[in-house]
Design a protein around this ligand. Sequence first.
Ligand SMILES: Nc1ncnc2c1ncn2[C@@H]1O[C@H](COP(=O)(O)OP(=O)(O)OP(=O)(O)O)[C@@H](O)[C@H]1O
Ligand SMILES: [Mg+2]
Length: 262
Amino acid sequence: MPEHASQPFYMPSGNEIAVFEQCHANQLAVMLKGPTGCGKTRFVEHMAWRLGRPLVTVSCHDDLTASDLVGRFLIHHDHMAWQDGPLASAARQGAICYLDEVIEARQDTVVVLHSLTDHRRTLSLEKTGELIHADPGFQLVVSYNPGYQRMLKDMKPSTRQRFVALDFEFPPTDREIAIVLREGGTDTATAHALVTLAHKLRGLHDRGLVEVPSTRLLVATAKLIAGGIPLRQACYVGLVAPLSDDVSLAGAMRDLVDLTFV
Ligand SMILES: Nc1ncnc2c1ncn2[C@@H]1O[C@H](COP(=O)(O)OP(=O)(O)OP(=O)(O)O)[C@@H](O)[C@H]1O
Ligand SMILES: [Mg+2]
């Protein structure tokens, strides 16, 4: 069963849906690159729904081991029983396996993906001696957030070159307004103003704002406004405060809010 019974709303920025469909049809693994909150997870949820595939999601971190992905023996009363990990389970059931923030995983963990992402499409369970042949519907998708400490170059070329890579940016203006409207539930004028404000805040990147407001933050702020929180206050707590502790940068951001919502 897909995680979503109903269609997860996804507003495309370009041709990414067609590219992903071709990757799926050709059993190619996909890497999604892009800043936080720009729609990567939502895209995968939408594609899994569109393709009628179950979705298995794993959040990667540096303690993640190959066994966490592949599986392990667990004690059951008086005997040991093998328990498939998410990767083995996804390969068997023909799911889309989504490894979020794959760059956080250690290289010795990531190499277990290799045999699944080339012509072999197999996963070897060394502890049981089983060789899983992935179901034809199985597809590996990884995401990665450039600009964090760890970069793509930290990944082995032999891993990187197993993926088709899609670059995600914040959506074009009209699309982002449509997302804020649909997800945040504000009126059109407010959605428009929030996206205009976001563009101004994103411009502060050149003035030292390391993290710029994502579509996710815009949606959260819109929800506060739709729920009755006054415009400026919603922007202070929803857009400004999460982004920086720096007093002068926060001041500059609040000024932009005040200029937008006089
Ligand atoms: N293209 C889009 N279509 C629909 N909703 C979107 C889109 N982009 C962003 N959103 C909204 O922004 C929120 C955050 O998006 P999402 O969780 O997909 O980001 P992400 O890129 O996976 O971020 P992270 O790297 O932090 O995991 C979504 O819950 C949704 O409300
Ligand atoms: Mg995500």
